[in-house]
Ligand binder design. Structure first.
Ligand SMILES: Cc1ncc(COP(=O)(O)O)c(C=O)c1O
Length: 440
């Protein structure tokens, strides 16, 4: 289902938008597809992809593997493939989605964590590239495949970087990667078990603003790389930050590309061969391309604040509760309304605050609130908690709005449930207790 957008595609004059595409048509989208609703803009995604690609010197072969977990709708994966991206997958499910979207197995890097060898064997059978982050698993892999299947290894450089403890994954206490202090052991396994290491990988966290923190990790990895003679690529992961607040800084990708290109070219010279440079961004490509539109159910004045209560919850939009993330919120239905202070909350039966002390144009029942930066880790992390169905997803491509995932229905809440005809009778209070009384 698709419809033609009526607006000329300009930003509403009053819209202090974090989202890089016009929201003039929001009411029309909601009329057609309901609210809450995730909306994504293909043009913004393309823009971010090419910005990243062009940040590096053209003489370096740079592959961008889209981190599927950020937004896994099949149409988004197909869009990425059409741009020439590869895929970063963390589960067999993501691999299957990638194949379904038309990626070749050799364009998919499987970077699981904490999985058993059976999953890795299944991925080898499919033919994707394998990335292993645990020496015990690497030994199992070697016992199974020896020199017949090349492998990439994920190194933990022990660098603290990232916007929140749950998304800082390259430090000493993290479960991810093979510690940089285990390199001697890693070499022992590689040499004695005949493994071919074709790739080195790291990913230290998400929301990294500081290019130097990123470069420190990259330097460590390039230093190690000299002792792996069969490399084809180095994958420096991702973690590029985007702006969540109006005016907030994002990773300066152009400056990063510049620094990284110079350093990587030096490295390749020393190494004696040109290697491929891989990144696996999620957030950078899709975060600002998405907006989440909710409808106000009611407002509620309490002794401490005025709540704006919307028809969604952390089941659809988990980042504020999960990572204390700030998402900019805007009342797009009342452009001339006076600004007032609100606490924006959902309908989940737990505290699910989307934003404290936000200035919004006066909020009335039925107004639409736009949550910005909703492209990454929103719909893909959503759930049916509180037995609420997941919202629909819409993609704006050219002048058309395409429905790319239907709103779930009651059938989806029941899907997979098996009824056995149990418990048809009303239990008579007291009788059953007597039957199951513990014998003395
Ligand atoms: C291994 C790996 N690669 C890439 C990413 C994508 O990170 P980001 O969305 O910050 O770009 C993640 C995010 O969790 C990850 O764990």
């Amino acid at each position: 289902m698709a419809f033609l957008l009526k607006s000329p595609g300009t930003f509403a004059a009053n819209t202090l938008t974090m989202t890089k595409f016009p929201l003039n048509d929001a009411a029309q989208w909601v009329e057609a597809f309901g609210a809450p609703l995730y909306v994504y803009d293909a043009k913004t995604i393309r823009g971010q992809y090419f910005r990243m690609k062009q940040a590096f010197e053209p003489s370096i072969e740079v592959d961008i593997h889209y981190a599927c977990k950020a937004l896994n709708n099949l149409n988004i994966l197909k869009l990425m493939r059409s741009l020439g991206a590869g895929l970063d997958a963390v589960s067999l499910g993501e691999i299957e989605l990638g194949l379904h979207a038309g990626f070749r197995p050799d364009q998919i890097l499987f970077t699981p964590n904490g999985v058993g060898i059976h999953e890795i064997k299944a991925a080898v059978e499919i033919g994707v590239l394998i990335n292993i982050d645990n020496l015990e698993t690497l030994e199992e892999f070697a016992n199974e495949f020896g020199s017949s299947v090349p492998v990439c290894v994920r190194i933990n450089p022990h660098i603290m970087a990232g916007g929140n403890s749950k998304i800082s994954v390259g430090h000493i206490d993290s479960k991810f990667g093979i510690s940089i202090h285990q390199i001697r052991h890693l070499h022992r396994i590689v040499q004695n078990m005949g493994l071919h290491v074709h790739g080195l990988h790291m990913h230290t966290g998400s929301d990294i603003l500081d290019i130097d923190a990123f470069m420190r990790g990259a330097d460590l990895l390039m230093d190690l790389a000299h002792d792996f003679k069969e490399l084809n690529y180095i994958d420096f992961g991702s973690g590029f930050k985007v702006g969540y607040k109006p005016g907030e800084s994002a990773t300066d990708i152009e400056s990063f590309g510049n620094k990284m290109s110079t350093r990587f070219k030096e490295f390749c010279l020393e190494y004696g061969r040109d290697l491929k440079l891989i990144f696996e961004p999620g957030k950078f490509l899709v975060s600002e391309a998405g907006v989440f539109i909710t409808k106000v159910n009611s407002t509620k004045t309490t002794p401490s604040t005025v709540f704006a209560q919307v028809n969604s919850g952390f089941n659809h939009f988990p980042r504020p509760m999960m990572y204390d993330a700030y998402h900019h919120i805007e009342n797009i239905s009342n452009p001339d309304g006076e600004q007032r202070l609100y606490t924006i909350v959902g309908y989940v039966c737990e505290t699910d605050t989307f934003g404290y002390d936000r200035k919004l144009n006066e909020v009335r029942n039925g107004d639409l609130l736009a949550f910005h930066n909703a492209g990454a880790y929103c719909s893909s992390m959503s759930s049916q908690y509180n037995s609420r169905v997941r919202p629909a997803e819409v993609l704006i491509e050219g002048d058309q709005a395409y429905l790319i995932r239907e709103r779930e229905t009651m059938d989806d809440l029941l899907r997979g449930t098996i009824e056995h005809g149990l418990y048809q009778d009303i239990v008579i209070q007291g009788k059953e207790e007597a039957e199951i009384a513990v014998p003395s």
